[in-house]
Design a protein around this ligand. Sequence first.
Ligand code: HEC
Ligand code: HEC
Ligand code: HEC
Ligand code: HEC
Ligand code: HEC
Ligand code: HEC
Ligand code: HEC
Ligand code: HEC
Length: 455
Amino acid sequence: MKKIVVPIVLMWIVLLALSVLPAASAAVETDACIDCHSKLDVMSAISSDWMESKHARNGVTCQNCHEANPSDSDAMSHNGFTISPVVSPKDCSACHSKEVEEFEQSLHALGTLYYEYLFDSEKLPYIESQLEGGYIAVEGQDITHAATIRGCQACHGTNMTGKSTSDSSVWPNNGIGRINPDGSMGSCSACHTRHTFSIAEARHPETCGQCHMGPDHPHIEMYQESKHGNIYAAEGDSWNWDEEDWKAGEDYRAPTCAGCHMSSAPGVPATHDVSARLSWELESPISRRTDNTANSLGTPISDGSTWQEKQERMKTVCKQCHSSTWVNNYYEQADIVVELYNGQYEEGKSVVDALYDDGLLTKTAFDEPIEFKIYEMWHHEGRRARMGAFMMAPDYVQWHGFYEMLKDKVEIEEMAEQIRNSGGEGGNSTTPGFGAVLAAVGILGVLFVMGRRRD
Ligand code: HEC
Ligand code: HEC
Ligand code: HEC
Ligand code: HEC
Ligand code: HEC
Ligand code: HEC
Ligand code: HEC
Ligand code: HEC
């Protein structure tokens, strides 16, 4: 008997040692972080949050996420360790490669690149920053970000290439497409805040509503107006938010943003690619189908499937709770809204384009009131009408959408007539612009002061 027991005991000792050793060495390093960060009361709230997370329960330590190579541009030496305060998707990908890959296919990952390189980057943010100084921007100058660090970039993300957290023009930031010092794009804590990193939080509509709100994309407001949002408000407290595989009917009764755009349905796997279920690009001036998988930067969006395939995924989500007729007809109702919008915007745009063609407007953007009107027609009212139609928000289709667009169109026509009657007053580049008037006022002021000094 003894002959068999001894080797078995020995084997257990070896197995025990093997399983304990790596964990013990990790725990030693981690204790140093936690000792200081909780017991000595250095931001102890962080350690308490972490303690509540699945990470703590699964032995994922401070080091696992914050460890850095001394050569990393964001590395800092910290009480004997080399760490980085920036934890990028690349750091998470060591354990969550599927989520990171999906996220990187989506437009979310491109939030900062788009912000920097699309039309707006050369116009709006620049002009807004310059307005502070009391004069209108001259094209071709460097962009300053005074108005945008806490504006556009708080939602879209900052570009940290070659920079570290000591640079206040890029940090702190949790924008969705933040370009990280390691080159990866995005910020997972935009939806899973440190250090609880919870799925329950990310599934709540308020999480998305932090950015998806306001006059140009009021998605959270639309949701609150929808029947789905109603049901969420009435009974969401009793739903199972933590269930890993979130099931319609069992865990929740009406979808949240995540329920439609990310969570799984039978035959449709959960995804971190929020572009994967969209058949339209509704944010652009003219709506287009999502077949064109390359965006204006030339990088591909989503997984390269056709718009019909993407639409089928979303319809499958709806069909967990609705019949095919209900869903197909709903899409038809929304599609005709998109087409109606496209036609109306083109009419307004042709009036403004004709003014440009005839040299009656300057080439500088946003220096004439009519340019704000045509911008708002697509960027505010037009988006509200189109997106409201797809997300069950009738007030946004009608009163914040088509009604405002009709008003825009009438005002655009009247403004155009006035500009033509006055031969492009204030708009023609040969007449003195706002800048020239300001300069003239400035020179007169200086002459006046000099004149008085001589007295
Ligand atoms: C001896 C105490 C001590 C130890 C050990 C320690 N920290 Fe800290 N940590 C601090 C203090 C103090 C700060 C600064 C707080 C402040 O700036 O207000 C800090 C700041 C940080 C920051 C933010 C840095 C920044 O610039 O934004 C991170 C991230 C961090 N610690 C992570 C860690 C990790 C990970 C470990 C273990 C590898 C660790 N700390 C070990 C005391 C400690
Ligand atoms: C799952 C990964 C992960 C783990 C584990 C983790 N952190 Fe963090 N930590 C983050 C992320 C993400 C941020 C936010 C920075 C960002 O957006 O890149 C952060 C930020 C911080 C900050 C800066 C907070 C501030 O507002 O200035 C400190 C300090 C910090 N972590 C300390 C710790 C400590 C101590 C532990 C262990 C108890 C820990 N972290 C564990 C991912 C992690
Ligand atoms: C060292 C490996 C490791 C790293 C690095 C890591 N995680 Fe995790 N994560 C885990 C494990 C293990 C779980 C628990 C899995 C489970 O319970 O099925 C988990 C669970 C999660 C969950 C699900 C939580 C829930 O409520 O169910 C989220 C969200 C998450 N991690 C996000 C992140 C993010 C964001 C980062 C980077 C900032 C990150 N993780 C870094 C290992 C890691
Ligand atoms: C409150 C958060 C927030 C702010 C502030 C914000 N955006 Fe956005 N932006 C968004 C969201 C959300 C979308 C996605 C809209 C959609 O797809 O329906 C978006 C879309 C865009 C797009 C369209 C990208 C595409 O795929 O065509 C551009 C360009 C853009 N924003 C630039 C800017 C600029 C420039 C500013 C500052 C002047 C700004 N944004 C301010 C949240 C924001
Ligand atoms: C736009 C918001 C958003 C962002 C950004 C985001 N997540 Fe998530 N994440 C979610 C939602 C919502 C869920 C729950 C999906 C569901 O219902 O199945 C989730 C679930 C998870 C899970 C749990 C998966 C499981 O099977 O249990 C992990 C792990 C995770 N996310 C990691 C990440 C990582 C890593 C990043 C950064 C690349 C990230 N998330 C960025 C919204 C987000
Ligand atoms: C920190 C800000 C932020 C948060 C939080 C956020 N988003 Fe976004 N979202 C954006 C921005 C910015 C864009 C536009 C990116 C671009 O076009 O480059 C966007 C775009 C989208 C798009 C359009 C993608 C496409 O291909 O046109 C969808 C759908 C979306 N988000 C869904 C969600 C959902 C669902 C959540 C919550 C689970 C969420 N977002 C949370 C900022 C955010
Ligand atoms: C009932 C399902 C459902 C819910 C809930 C829902 N959406 Fe949508 N969403 C859709 C559909 C359907 C579309 C249009 C799909 C298409 O293009 O084919 C859409 C489109 C979008 C777009 C893309 C607009 C564009 O630029 O083309 C964004 C962004 C978005 N939703 C964000 C959100 C956010 C944020 C929430 C929560 C506040 C939310 N959605 C709630 C179904 C939903
Ligand atoms: C998890 C279940 C669930 C999913 C998924 C879902 N819905 Fe619903 N939806 C409901 C419930 C419940 C109601 C309330 C029905 C009632 O009035 O009794 C509802 C109501 C509606 C209504 C009626 C709104 C009104 O004005 O009264 C429309 C339209 C609708 N859903 C469309 C959709 C579309 C389109 C999708 C997919 C993009 C979808 N739903 C996904 C559960 C769901």
